[in-house]
Design a binder for this molecule. Sequence first.
Ligand SMILES: Nc1ncnc2c1ncn2[C@@H]1O[C@H](COP(=O)(O)OP(=O)(O)O)[C@@H](O)[C@H]1O
Ligand SMILES: [Mg+2]
Length: 247
Amino acid sequence: MKPPVMLCVTSGKGGVGKTSLTVNMAFALSRQGHRVLIVDGDLGLANIDVLLALNVKQTIRDVLERGGDPMEAVVYVEPNLGILPASSGVPEMVALGPDDQQQLGDILGSISAHFDYVLLDTAAGIGSSVLWFNSFAARNIVVVTPDPTSLTDAYALIKVLSRDYGLDSFYLLINQVASEQEGRQTYETLSRVAKQFLNLDTTFLGAIPQDKAVTRAVREQSPFVLEAPQSKAAQAILQVAARVAGL
Ligand SMILES: Nc1ncnc2c1ncn2[C@@H]1O[C@H](COP(=O)(O)OP(=O)(O)O)[C@@H](O)[C@H]1O
Ligand SMILES: [Mg+2]
């Protein structure tokens, strides 16, 4: 059996679409026959459970505090799609200490044996937990929109991850684009500065259009790949998932 692939979805800036894209990529991968786990890495302000209207009984915090089998905290939304939920409104979870990080690493290591893909959805910002999740994962997907503030935050995050954690390769997923061309241009802009100033290589993972189907699905608390499979956003994320599976 192949070892699980761990991918961290991150951005620096909040509200760019990390959680929506993680959830929909996970559904797409699971529909393609892979066993997928989503880990809600927004440890203090959980969102995955909200986007999927889950009834959460145990969170990552409970597993860290009480120990026991972490698989018992996993909520299955499809036969081969599990969610490891986070807690919400718990400030002390935002910046885990080294011992908790070590323990969380052990938990993720043991739990991931049950899956082909583990998607870590991070919080916004460049706090210690965001950096830790990124350094823990084998691959890093940076979600960025054409907004200049999103670009500068993504660049700042990439800079810290390369300088302080030695990460040297990033996948860029461009969200909320008006056209395929805008997606490509946004990618080129960030890719160029990452190469020029940090000597880093980036890979284009795809562009997701600005699409009302996404907003609607968020309100309905259901993934857009299920709610609106014909939408442009759904078609685009299916392509991204196929690309991720082919990495
Ligand atoms: N491609 C898109 N088209 C339209 N709206 C989007 C798109 N991606 C994200 N959004 C909107 O942005 C909001 C924030 O997305 P979210 O996934 O929670 O971002 P993050 O996890 O980065 O904070 C969502 O509620 C959704 O309405
Ligand atoms: Mg989020």
